[in-house]
Design a binder for this molecule. Sequence first.
Ligand SMILES: Cc1cc2nc3c(=O)[nH]c(=O)nc-3n(C[C@H](O)[C@H](O)[C@H](O)COP(=O)(O)OP(=O)(O)OC[C@H]3O[C@@H](n4cnc5c(N)ncnc54)[C@H](O)[C@@H]3O)c2cc1C
Length: 414
Amino acid sequence: MVSEREVAVIGAGIVGVSCALWLQRKGFRVTLIDRQEPGNGASYGNACTFATYATVPINSPSIFPRLPGLIFAKDSPLKIDWSYILQMTPWLLKFLSSCREARVSEIAQQLGKLMGEAEAAAAPLFADSGVRDLLSRRGCLYLYDTKASFDAAQKEIGLRLETGVKLEVLDAEEVRQMEPAISAEYYKGLYFPDAFQYLDPRAVVQKMVDHFVGIGGNFLKAEIQGLGRVGENHVELRSKGADFSFEQVVLSAGAWSKSFFGRGLEKLPLEAERGYHVLFKGQESLISRPVGWASGGFYMTPMNDGLRVAGTVELGSLRPKENQVNIDYLSRKAKGVMDGLEGEGDESWLGFRPTLPDALPVIGRSGNVPEVIFALGHQHVGMTLGGITGRLVSEIAGGQSTSLDVSPFSPSRF
Ligand SMILES: Cc1cc2nc3c(=O)[nH]c(=O)nc-3n(C[C@H](O)[C@H](O)[C@H](O)COP(=O)(O)OP(=O)(O)OC[C@H]3O[C@@H](n4cnc5c(N)ncnc54)[C@H](O)[C@@H]3O)c2cc1C
């Protein structure tokens, strides 16, 4: 027997914990479930930006001519795990069909709507959880090394402006004054004054979970192995040790959410974009805000425990084996860009961005099992969209009309 308004949230990354806290605010009794300690999935090792400027998807009409060069070049931030190519082909075809100019513009508008509410939806969760000391507000820089790369980005910059992003174009001297340690040649920079950063994203998620538990939430450490509808209004979650029953379930298990598809739930085309980081301990004071290097596909971010160089995209499986080529790439590139960066890096990490082929998340009820609400597929921007996703999920769970139109994020769009 379960009491009414009892909800389980699977996955304690930034998306799951934000859903749990918003559900709690709406009066639900919430159980947050993870097989590990909170914040150890993609929400741990990312580039740490709260990037409300990231309204333009990586889908782009210009990807077609650039793709072969990107995939086959030795020194590229994009890689394909060829052993996984057959499984990945349906996703790749859908990805390419979302690269038409008109579709990219629609996607950017929808991401823009989520981004427009992202900070307002995350702020109360951050305030309640007391994480202010783990955030830093100095904007973000994004650098273009050549005139050609800056010219090629004009469409993308136009789309950002159309979607309400505030940005300033800086010349090389202005960038130098902001970040003198960036020694490689660059042509122009974009400065996003409204962006901010996490100084330790895992600690932020952990503190959010601590707050959730402190005000009556239940955190359960368990690996959920199956999910099924039991009659109307009940979903059973199966784990090794025990089974649990809830009135509603939020599926926010990041890239691993796909292991739940197909057994009752619809099969969504979710795949992992593998990404890496290298940490240079104690070298965080070289820069004072996250700096993105456009042509290299990576960010350098000063954090509490060092300078994190994060990025690259490797299309592939959820296999936890690191590809040393990507780690060497990040370390070498960062050293080529920044004066005074020493060593090869003290720590490396591989993580899995949960990505749908149209770069939009899925936020909405399952068509097959309406007691299940999907909150997944936040690709490169989950650290930014956790709060707004949580707020929308809590409105959906409560049967309210949502504060934003969620139809573009419906699971039925595939
Ligand atoms: C290199 C890199 C850089 C990035 N940089 C940024 C950035 O600067 N800004 C930004 O906004 N985003 C960034 N991202 C994206 C962001 O990290 C992700 O979108 C976000 O963390 C996804 O959060 P999540 O909660 O959906 O998933 P996760 O954080 O992966 O959490 C999923 C959780 O589900 C749990 N789980 C899975 N299966 C089960 C199961 N069966 N039972 C119980 N628990 C389960 C896992 O243990 C995990 O804790 C970056 C990602 C990468 C890889």
